[in-house]
Design a protein around this ligand. Sequence first.
Ligand code: ATP
Length: 257
Amino acid sequence: MSETPPNIILHAADVHKNFGGLRALSDIDLQIEEGKTHAIIGPNGAGKSTLLNVIIGRIPPTSGAVVFDGTVLTGKAPYEINQLGISRVFQTPEIFPDLPVLHNVMAPAFARRDGAFRINMFRSVESEGEIRQEAEDMLNDIGLHGRREDHAGSLSRGDKRRLELAMCLIQRPRLLLLDEPTAGMSRHDTNSTIDLLRKIKSSGMTKVIIEHDMHVVFSLADRISVLAQGRIIASGLPQEIKEDPRVQEAYLGGSVE
Ligand SMILES: Nc1ncnc2c1ncn2[C@@H]1O[C@H](COP(=O)(O)OP(=O)(O)OP(=O)(O)O)[C@@H](O)[C@H]1O
């Protein structure tokens, strides 16, 4: 009996991006399988953030296209791409610093339910028991429940990142893009974030993760693609990538562990 072919939920096809004379991305062909965690690794300046920005519509590619579940994303505005079910956790957390932590998580849950943010949303917050409960459960999962009444701006950098992750997860995206989700976190917080990301794996959410920390990469990734100087030099299972001499070479002769 033949195996069912994997469902490719995202395909970046023949993507190129030039910044003036600089070729930030060349010949990118990246296929992301539905339900998997796909890590993109590579040295500084390899083009990882540029690739993520092309996927979410923040940067138009010079040529090529990105297709999500049969829909061409290229040319769409970031909010349209978000409405298709793609969320991204940024390197610099995008939160509402003057609002309580709990309301930060409730806001995107309202947006998911209503399709857009409503100006006076928080007037009806207390009556929105279901959403409040969902947000509280999410804060419990992410370890921030004890801080729910504090202003988000007062959180540590690592906690702000976890809050932003909660804000993305509560939208229940089909594809979650994580740009160095554990940067700035202590080892303890990094490990709890790994645990949380593992936990949501069972929900079937597809994740693309950019990460420098190899402990995080090898704890989470089902597949890894390696970018170097704007090109994908290797793509495969974690063990294959670990043993690939081209990857070792791209990391300046260091070992990938
Ligand atoms: N807006 C921009 N204008 C001009 N050059 C840019 C721009 N954004 C990125 N670059 C350049 O494109 C190349 C790829 O950058 P990018 O930030 O995508 O790499 P990266 O792999 O994410 O690096 P890091 O791991 O350090 O975050 C770099 O040479 C960078 O200087």
